[in-house]
Design a protein around this ligand. Structure first.
Ligand code: NDP
Length: 247
């Protein structure tokens, strides 16, 4: 087991990619806290599965877009776990509309959760990671932040912002035992992409050399690689998991 004795928090760990990451970290021996916004039942199920593996788990409810709420969550979690080694900033939303139809509220909401949320969660744990001279931060970005997309100006901007944040923080914290990386999935089978119309899906599949969408577990394995000792020499990277969509 590669993560025995480590503690982790996965934001948006109740569903989709975050759920798969939380379970994969626990499978490798980590104690894992599951953050969620409103899916308490789903988050409880994830925590229960983690406990069945013999690890500790905690529910860590908070709106990551809200700094005071995130600060409160961090204080509670640090009391319960004692310390945090691994932070996976995964929580994210989309609110797609062409720019002409996109209103300010939709722009703000996506930026508040996807970009401010990464600032908030990292900010509330980073001093403790620096003090213990060890930390692994992984931010889930997106191929859309790398190439842009029709109807996703808000989402693309948020993810490109997180990618730039990742590199800046990696440079600042490299001498303090903390690595900061991003994982950029392409199209992954979760609720987020379940609304894509059949026609658009077929068109997308035509652009993906591996001819399929990815799975949440395939993204989770990349995160485990980065945060385990296998990834000790990786910082400031953005690892693409996209079936060849961008190369
Ligand atoms: P899902 O919609 O399946 O899950 C989103 C998760 O984020 C849920 O756990 C949700 O909690 C949580 N969440 C949403 N808003 C907040 C908030 N304000 N505070 C705390 N938690 C919140 O998404 P995916 O699993 O598909 O996506 C996960 C990440 O991966 C996102 O950052 C997304 O942008 C990124 N990504 C996804 C891709 C895909 O194709 N699916 C491709 C590239 C990147 P709750 O259940 O309580 O609502």
């Amino acid at each position: 087991m590669k993560l025995k004795g480590r503690t982790a928090l996965v934001t948006g760990g109740s569903r989709g990619i975050g759920r798969a990451i939380a379970l994969a970290l626990a499978e490798e021996g980590a104690d894992v806290a599951v953050n969620f916004l409103s899916s308490e039942r789903a988050a409880k199920e994830v925590a229960e599965q983690i406990r069945k593996m013999g690890r500790q788990s905690r529910l860590a409810q908070a709106d990551v877009g809200d700094y005071p709420d995130t600060f409160r969550m961090a204080q509670d979690l640090l009391k319960e776990f004692g310390h945090l080694d691994i932070l996976v900033n995964n929580a994210g939303i989309n609110s797609d509309k062409t720019f002409v139809k996109m209103d300010h509220a939709s722009w703000r909401k996506v930026l508040a959760i996807n970009l401010d949320g990464v600032f908030n969660c990292t900010k509330v744990f980073i001093d403790q990671m620096i003090n213990q001279n060890y930390g692994r931060v992984v931010n889930i970005t997106s191929v859309i932040g790398q190439i842009g997309n029709f109807g996703q100006a808000n989402y693309a901007a948020s993810k490109a912002g997180v990618a730039a944040f990742t590199k800046s923080l990696a440079k600042e914290l490299a001498g303090k035992g903390v690595t900061v990386n991003a994982v950029a999935p392409g199209f992954i089978e979760t609720e987020m992409v379940s609304g894509i119309p059949e026609k658009v899906r077929d068109k997308l599949l035509g652009q993906i050399p591996l001819k399929r969408f990815g799975t949440a577990e395939e993204v989770a394995r990349a995160v485990v690689y980065i945060v385990s000792s296998d990834g000790d020499y990786i910082t400031g990277a953005e690892l693409s998991i996209n079936g060849g969509l961008l190369m």
